[in-house]
Design a protein around this ligand. Structure first.
Ligand code: ADP
Ligand code: MG
Length: 326
């Protein structure tokens, strides 16, 4: 079932600060085109760092990361937007633009790459429908429940039909039944051909899906199991032993900006729909510098639908080689 790797880590170590324990250490792993992979492990185990290296937001200290066969360290900075355009990203805290409607949030992802208006007018409603929000396009994020906001975020991440979707604890703020709907959506996206890598503490999700599970402890992969579940029946190594999820480790990771909300494992005690918009809004005070991937507004060419389709069907870098290099 596995095909050519779309992501490959070749002996990758990332140390953020000299003298610190590496966030990711000697990572050797491949993700194949079309796979659905769960990344599990306590807070601070390196899941987000792994994902950020795929986006070239973080450079490895040692080793090589390949995306679609290309060594990212050799990817010139002007090609990084094109890399990111082909990688959708979904976060635990949604990261929608708070002053834009659901429709506009999705539209924005198309507008920044110069998609013609006619195509936008067709694609945005199509996306809203795919995520089950066709009647809520005019709502602002704070007028949507947490689950609905995450649906908008997924629509925005998917509207360019990326070949990879990275989801960093996408259900971490959601109650179990809402989370399960989000998982269904990610499954659908995966079935349409996108490689999905999802970091999660969501035991239900992992156990229900029975997909590949990669478990990290202290920056290292301690388990890589097809059809796995959240917990392994027998620890594969001493350190994999059944470490509790995370709470005990929070203090050790003051720089992990997710740690305040990222890592609780159970259902929230109240309906999330009330608490979350406020939370999300609070976290958006810093926009637009808050890590929202505002992509390549200036340098992208106009793409029409056929072009977009062709690009989707190809190596994500191919268009650069052929056209932008001229
Ligand atoms: P996870 O997503 O599994 O919680 P992270 O990749 O966020 O793990 O973090 C792995 C380790 O790297 C942690 O010890 C964390 O504190 C550290 N770390 C993450 N980001 C940074 C950063 N920007 N600067 C310094 N240390 C970081
Ligand atoms: Mg993380």
């Amino acid at each position: 079932m596995r095909q050519a790797p779309v992501i490959r880590f070749d002996d990758v170590t990332k140390t953020y600060m000299r003298g610190q324990h590496p966030a990711v250490e000697n990572l050797d792993i491949e993700f194949s085109r079309g796979e659905f992979v769960f990344l599990v492990g306590a807070s601070g185990s390196g899941k987000s760092t792994l994902m950020r290296m795929v986006l070239k937001e973080v450079a490895p200290t040692r080793g090589t990361v390949y995306v679609a066969g290309k060594d990212l360290s050799r990817l010139p900075s002007w090609k990084v937007p094109s890399l990111r355009r082909d990688i959708g990203m979904v976060f635990q805290d949604f990261r929608l633009l708070p002053s834009k409607t659901a429709y506009q949030n999705i539209e924005f992802a198309l507008a920044v790459i110069g998609t013609p208006r006619k195509v936008v007018r067709r694609l945005v409603p199509e996306m809203l429908e795919m995520v089950g929000l066709e009647d809520k396009g005019k709502r602002l994020p704070h007028e949507l429940s947490g689950g609905e906001q995450q649906r908008v975020a997924i629509a925005r991440a998917y509207v360019n039909r990326p070949s990879i979707l990275l989801a960093d604890e996408p259900t971490g703020n959601l109650d179990p039944s809402t989370a399960s709907g989000i998982l269904d959506l990610l499954t659908e996206i995966n079935e349409r051909g996108t490689t999905v890598v999802m970091a999660t503490h969501d035991r239900n999700a992992v156990d229900r899906m029975q997909r590949r599970v990669v478990e990290m402890v202290g920056g290292q992969v301690v388990r890589d199991e097809e059809g796995g579940s959240y917990e392994t029946p027998a620890p594969v190594s001493v350190i994999s032993g059944n470490l509790p999820d995370d709470s005990a480790h929070r203090e050790e990771h003051p720089l992990d900006d997710e740690s305040l909300v990222a890592d609780w494992d159970g259902a929230p005690e109240q309906e999330p729909s009330e608490a979350e918009p406020a939370l999300a809004a609070a976290r958006h005070d810093a926009e637009p510098g808050s890590g929202v991937p505002v992509r390549d507004i200036l340098e992208e060419d106009l793409i029409d639908e056929r072009e977009a389709q062709r690009v989707r069907d190809e190596d994500p870098f191919a268009e650069d080689d052929e056209e932008e290099l001229r």
